[in-house]
Design a protein around this ligand. Structure first.
Ligand code: NAP
Ligand code: MG
Length: 452
């Protein structure tokens, strides 16, 4: 039996030791999910809605416990962790609206009636990374369950605790056995079985682009449906006409939130050359002002990185030759800390500009004009999110249309609302989650013609 130690990244203390699920146990869980599917898809739409609403209410009643678990397991700030647990509740409430609104079409035809149905896929597998364990899990299981699928979910090995609790809360809320199962285990064991087991009809994967490509290739063998939410190298584009004070005051939070371990992190700040120096002057106090420390403290804005190995990877991006403009603070003592760091790259080919750091390191780069800004923003294999700061509404719209990314915000850094679509262009992913069409990623359209 293989076990894993769950470690608090702010203290380096062991929180708990867990048994990892084996390949045979994964097969058994997938088969339970398959058996449970026949009854689950037959539950009346209103009853399925009611169960999801009850699940949402159970999450809400345990919101503080879930948040505290995430603080201990992932080092998320308590403020963020409460938002994340609240997001699970909201995604479930939104999903509860789906069963009664999964409308098909009636299409005019000669000699009969033509109607479409949105049929569930069957068993859906969700593979979750360690950076946002709760929301990313819910974006998969919420709409998948609502559309009549059963779900097997693998949390990241480093952060299984909240997912395990959500699995218990689903049962407590009355979701039948086998409909939603959480399987803590290794990607190479549980995750791989999701890809290769023929009863799994779809894999929803969030994680690195590298692993995402393997999952997609594996799924191709069975023409298995796949949604991929992968990495990012998003740009925060600041034009000279913008409210520079606000742009500079908010830029740290657009990249250092969750210690930069965010696929939407605006890790490249592009600044129009005429205001480049002024912007850096304004950015410095904002970066130094980010409150880094004990994630359980209410006022903390940034916690530690997830692990020692990840901190070493992040640190490798700041080489001895790297020009560091300035850094923020970090606490002393145990914990996988890394300070907010602002670098000025020498060349467009610098690793810090081309690769996802997934930590609190941001590169600031000048641009000349609108066309140059769009060109630099698009000079990456990624295309997940981005921000545009300008007071010219025409420019805001032109640049929004020009940037190849799935989630853009103007004069703001928001990316995620459960009722708007989320996902990436290019190698940032495939498919969309959340939003009005969330359920359609978990159904097949069936067309039926009835001769009259
Ligand atoms: P990762 O190594 O790709 O792992 C993600 C998940 O996949 C984990 O649960 C992992 O399990 C599992 N896994 C690993 N190898 C697998 C395999 N061969 N087959 C099946 N499953 C496998 O990513 P990570 O290091 O946890 O997360 C960081 C990455 O996620 C970043 O690149 C980030 O940009 C990306 N991300 C993207 C989004 C988005 O929505 N676009 C959101 C969040 C994160 P183990 O834990 O056992 O390794
Ligand atoms: Mg990994």
């Amino acid at each position: 039996m293989t076990t894993t130690q769950v470690v608090n990244p702010a203290t380096e203390q062991v929180v708990t030791t867990l048994e990892l699920v084996s390949a045979a146990e994964t097969d058994a869980a997938i088969e339970r999910a398959q058996r449970a599917g026949a009854d689950w898809r037959a539950v009346a739409p209103g009853d399925r809605a009611r169960l999801l609403r009850r699940f949402a209410e159970a999450v809400d009643a345990n919101l503080e416990q879930l948040a505290q678990l995430e603080v201990a397991n992932a080092g998320h700030t308590i403020g963020n962790a409460r938002w994340e647990a609240g997001n699970v509740r909201d995604v479930l409430h939104f999903a509860a609206g789906i069963p009664e609104r999964l409308l098909g079409n009636q299409i005019p035809v000669a000699g009969g009636v033509d109607i479409t149905f949105h049929e569930p896929l069957g068993v859906v597998a969700v593979i979750v990374p360690w950076n946002f364990p709760m929301p990313i899990a819910a974006w998969g299981f919420g709409p998948a369950l609502a559309a009549g699928n059963t779900v097997v979910l693998k949390p990241a090995e480093l952060t299984p605790l909240t997912a395990i609790r959500l699995g218990e809360l689903a049962l407590e809320a009355g979701v039948p056995e086998g409909v939603f199962q959480v399987l803590p285990g290794k990607g190479s064991v549980v995750g791989q079985r999701f890809v290769t087991h023929p009863a799994v009809r779809k894999v929803v994967f969030t994680g690195s682009t590298e692993v995402g490509k393997e999952i997609m290739a594996g799924c191709a063998r069975q023409v298995k449906r796949v949604t991929l939410e992968l990495g990012g190298k998003s740009a925060n584009i600041i034009f000279a006409d913008a409210d520079l004070e606000r742009a500079a005051a908010t830029a740290p939070y657009g990249v250092f939130d969750n210690a930069g371990q965010d696929c939407c992190a605006r890790s490249r700040i592009l600044v129009q050359r005429s205001v480049f120096d002024r912007f850096l002057e304004l950015l410095e106090p904002a970066v130094r002002g980010v409150r880094v420390g004990d994630p359980a403290a209410e006022s903390t804005e940034m916690g530690p990185l997830i692990s020692a190995a990840h901190r070493a990877r992040v640190a490798s991006f700041v080489e001895p030759s790297t020009k560091v403009a300035f850094t923020g603070t970090q606490p002393d003592g145990p914990g996988f800390w890394y300070p907010p760091t602002v670098v000025l790259p020498d060349a467009p080919s610098d690793r810090v500009l081309t690769e996802e750091v997934f930590g609190p390191v941001v590169a600031v780069v000048p641009f000349e004009d609108e066309a140059d800004a769009v060109r630099i923003a698009n000079d990456t294999e990624y295309g997940l999110s981005g921000s545009i700061w300008t007071n010219d509404v025409g420019r805001a719209l032109r640049v929004s249309r020009g940037v190849e990314a799935g989630n853009l915000s103007v004069n703001s850094h928001s990316s995620v609302r459960y009722w708007t679509p989320f996902g990436g262009f290019k190698q940032s992913g495939l498919g969309r989650e959340l939003g009005p069409d969330a359920a359609l990623a978990f159904t097949e359209t069936k067309n039926v013609f009835i001769a009259t």
